[in-house]
Design a protein around this ligand. Structure first.
Ligand code: GDP
Ligand code: MG
Length: 315
């Protein structure tokens, strides 16, 4: 696709990786999608939805910003948690710039407190983005910014609403001006480096998070096993929803298969919209007792397998 960016001379181009880090549920994935202008990362009211590093690519004039969405940073309880938190800090280490998101409603909770301490210890400079300003009063915001300025040196502080887009443009422009001169890493019309297969798995996982409660979403993982382009332009996709225990399977299936049917329908509609063509989606539910401790499943999710489980409660 030719866009106006194509005419930016090589020597004027800029490019950089920007990691979005923060406690679970502060709005990292929502911000990523807002920056990119498309949904590339799944979002949920439940915590720990994002499991691996997801990129979203935004073009701002001569600059290409590659945003890296990360799992939340929190105190790990299970092996999967350890892998997710490692991926989040890894994302920050590999990035040129780090944006720390803070939830204006929740303020500096225990997780955010730990992250601020770790950042200060590492000597890494970060940009602060106070998110969800649509949900709090001015005074609350003022008090929070005061507290935060006592917690370290930040390159810049932004007030944003990832949901409404308020302030997001300013943050984006600032980042575009601060990534380094250099060639673009990706074609300018590319929105993410996530594969269509992984995206399809993520979309189904989001629909599970929307519909199932308590431990179940965390106990499931989705893998896309078949992806077949058909002559009529449609695509046939088969996915397996893995659960950890026998007792969980009937819940995911629902009465007469109603639950998995609803999950499948919602997922198919979104996938069709994203791909711009018809999708035949087939979902299977299988039990894989040890998946949460199986290195292969971590690889599928794009995570490194931690050699030791955390000492806390096991999941
Ligand atoms: P993540 O865990 O940090 O990736 O957070 P998500 O992007 O999944 O968002 C967690 C929840 O916060 C979702 O229910 C979002 O709709 C909500 N959320 C995100 N940004 C905002 C915001 O700016 N304002 C409000 N009111 N809610 C938001
Ligand atoms: Mg997320």
């Amino acid at each position: 696709m030719m866009t106006e960016n194509s005419f930016v001379p090589e020597q004027d181009r800029r490019c950089g990786f920007v990691a979005l880090i923060g406690a679970p549920n502060v709005g990292k994935s929502t911000l990523l999608n807002q920056m990119v202008g498309a949904k590339v990362s799944i979002v949920s009211r439940k915590v720990q939805t994002t499991r691996s590093r997801i990129t979203g690519i935004a073009m701002v004039g001569p600059a290409q910003i590659i945003f890296v969405d990360t799992p939340g940073i929190f105190v790990p309880q299970r092996r999967l948690d350890t892998a997710m938190v490692a991926a989040a800090w890894g994302g920050a280490e590999d990035a040129d710039l780090v944006v720390l998101l803070i939830d204006a409603e929740r303020g500096i909770d225990a997780n955010t407190d730990k992250i601020l301490t770790s950042l200060a210890e590492s000597g890494r400079s970060a940009i602060l983005a106070i998110n969800k300003i649509d949900a709090v009063k001015k005074e609350t915001l003022l008090r929070l910014t005061q507290k935060l300025s006592e917690r370290g040196e930040f390159a810049e502080m932004f007030m944003i609403s990832a949901l409404t887009g308020d302030g997001v443009g300013d943050l984006k422009s600032w980042l575009a001006a601060h990534v380094l001169p250099g060639p673009w890493h990706y074609p300018e019309d590319q929105l993410s480096d996530i594969s269509e297969r992984l995206l399809a798995s993520e979309i189904t996982r989001e629909k599970i998070y929307d519909r199932l409660h308590q431990e179940l979403p965390y106990a499931t993982t989705v893998e896309t096993e078949e992806w077949k382009e058909k002559p009529d332009g449609s695509v046939r996709v088969s996915q397996v929803i893995y659960v950890q225990r026998k007792s969980q399977k009937p819940i995911v299936l629902g009465k007469g298969g109603r639950m998995v049917g609803e999950i499948g329908k919602a997922s198919r509609l979104e996938l069709e919209e994203f791909l711009g063509r018809r999708v035949h989606l087939f979902l299977f539910v299988k039990i894989r007792e040890g998946w949460i401790d199986d290195p292969e499943r971590y690889r599928e999710m794009g995570l490194d397998f931690p050699t030791s489980a955390p000492s806390g409660k096991k999941g």
